[in-house]
Write a protein that binds this ligand. Structure first.
Ligand code: GKR
Ligand code: MG
Length: 456
């Protein structure tokens, strides 16, 4: 019986790492006993954690202004089989330390035992765990010739839909940004600016950028990051976007809980005349969200008031949302998000996906999340569009977005490879920039002296 393409690929991958001997006369799909033993004996021999800084334009949110970099931690797990698995997670020195401290117990462990790791990392280390789990899954995928989505029981879809993520912003070559002491690259003015989107702080400018995003990436759902300008200007912005799209495209607005309940109710009434996909985190906390949801009758969504399993009991009582944006960094890994998927019909929730800035390894992970959760039917967020072309740390440049969709990478594992040269540059930038945690308020105060995150 000839091997089909996938069986051949699995066997060839495993053979190339010394796990299976492929004999032309015995093309059976069954894994040979030697290979079974090798998989059973697979052990982590080293962990390498590389903190990196990737370029970030001055996009604005309720927290302030991004930039000049966002931080991530890249994880590599080496094994006795010579296979290396890669993962990526949130940045910042405390996560780097947590991951480095894991070395003492991780070396010698089986990557198949990743579900035993949270207990050893500690309860507060969910993001660190999410990165480790990802590297284990990538490793197992490489060892078995399977994509991570296949290891997790999928895929339920081969293409995952993403939404346009639209931020008000200053131009990338704003003098304050170029004078930033943390800047450690050669970006400059005009053609040498990080990007060419310019200054986008009016309804008209945002409607135009939304249109250009659609032209470039084909997005069918459009999310306005609000909580930046006065709420009525943000409402005007949504109206301008709606007019630009001929009233036909679903819109989302996310003020990141910067609005008071009266503001959210007043604006909510106006949103009823727009093709609203959902109203995301207008106010702070489950009780206030529940009130806005109940009084407006609008579909509310969150990545702020339901981000962990322990938030669920209160959410059952207070009914704050219709849609939860899962994030594998917050819930503690991809299977954890699958568990939210299983729970969601009983809780009356639909699912979407949350994003902070990230690189290509996480992009592959987020596509995988979309591919293994049948209940994740709303287009996901991604900040990936803000990562300048050529800045990603994976081989082959940024993963493509077409018609608002991303294909599940071909695999094995996550299906992306680390570009070691780019990783080294991103690490050097991390060292030189001196940035060790996210602080949006800092740059915002330099752009807008006296700025404070006051509620609107
Ligand atoms: O990156 O500024 C940002 C976002 O506002 C981010 O911090 C949020 O976590 O993307 C997020 C959201 O949807 O609320
Ligand atoms: Mg949000």
């Amino acid at each position: 019986m000839p091997l089909n393409r996938r069986q051949w690929f699995a066997a060839a991958t495993a053979a190339s790492v010394g796990l299976i001997t492929v004999r032309a006369a015995q093309p059976a799909a069954v894994v040979a006993p030697d290979a079974q033993r090798s998989l059973r004996d697979l052990r982590i021999t080293a962990i390498r954690v590389t903190p990196i800084a990737l370029p970030d334009p001055p996009i604005l949110a309720a927290s302030g202004a991004h930039g000049p970099y966002f931080l991530r931690n890249v994880i590599e797990l080496e094994t006795n089989a010579g296979i290396t698995g890669i993962g990526e997670t949130r940045g910042g020195e405390s996560i780097t330390k947590t991951l480095n401290a894991a070395r003492s117990w991780l070396v010698g462990e089986s990557p198949f035992a990743y579900r035993t790791f949270p207990a050893r990392l500690g309860r507060e280390a969910l993001s660190a765990y999410a990165g480790l789990e990802l590297a284990c899954l990538d490793l197992i995928g490489r060892a078995t010739g399977r994509r991570v989505c296949e290891l997790l029981g999928g895929p339920v879809r081969e293409r995952v839909e993403f939404a346009s993520y639209l931020f008000y912003r200053y131009a990338a070559d704003h003098p304050t940004v170029l004078a930033d002491k943390a800047l450690a690259d050669d970006r400059g003015r005009g053609d040498r600016a990080l990007d060419q989107w310019g200054d986008v702080r009016t309804p008209e400018a945002m409607a135009e950028m939304a249109w250009q995003f659609k032209k470039k990436w084909g997005f069918r759902f459009h999310k306005l990051k609000a909580g930046v300008l006065p709420p009525d200007v943000e409402l005007e912005t949504l109206r301008a976007m709606n007019a630009r799209f001929g009233g036909k495209e679903p819109l989302r607005i996310d003020p990141n809980a910067r609005w008071t309940v009266p503001t959210a109710l007043r604006i909510g009434e106006q949103l009823k005349s727009l093709p609203l996909d959902y109203y995301e985190d207008p106010v702070e906390g489950q009780a206030a969200m529940g009130e806005v949801r109940q009084k407006t009758g609008l579909k509310l969504s969150t990545n702020m008031c339901v981000t962990r399993f322990e938030h669920i009991p209160d959410a059952v009582r207070l009914k704050p949302v219709d849609i939860v944006l899962v994030d594998h960094h917050s819930f503690g890994g991809i299977p954890a998000c699958q568990a939210i998927g299983d729970l969601s019909p009983s809780l009356g929730w639909s699912l979407s996906q949350h994003s902070n800035n990230h690189g290509g390894i996480t992009m592959a992970a987020m596509i995988t999340v979309g591919a293994v959760i049948p209940q994740l039917t709303y287009a996901s967020d991604t900040h990936y569009v803000w990562l300048p072309e050529g800045a990603d740390i994976i081989v082959g440049g940024n993963l493509p977005i077409k018609d608002g969709m991303m294909n599940v990478p071909a695999g094995p594992g996550l299906g992306v490879e680390l570009d070691r040269g780019k990783l080294a540059i991103a690490h050097e930038r991390y060292v030189k920039s001196g940035m060790r945690s996210r602080n949006d308020a800092d740059l915002m105060r330099r752009l807008e002296p006296g700025w404070q995150r006051k509620p609107f």
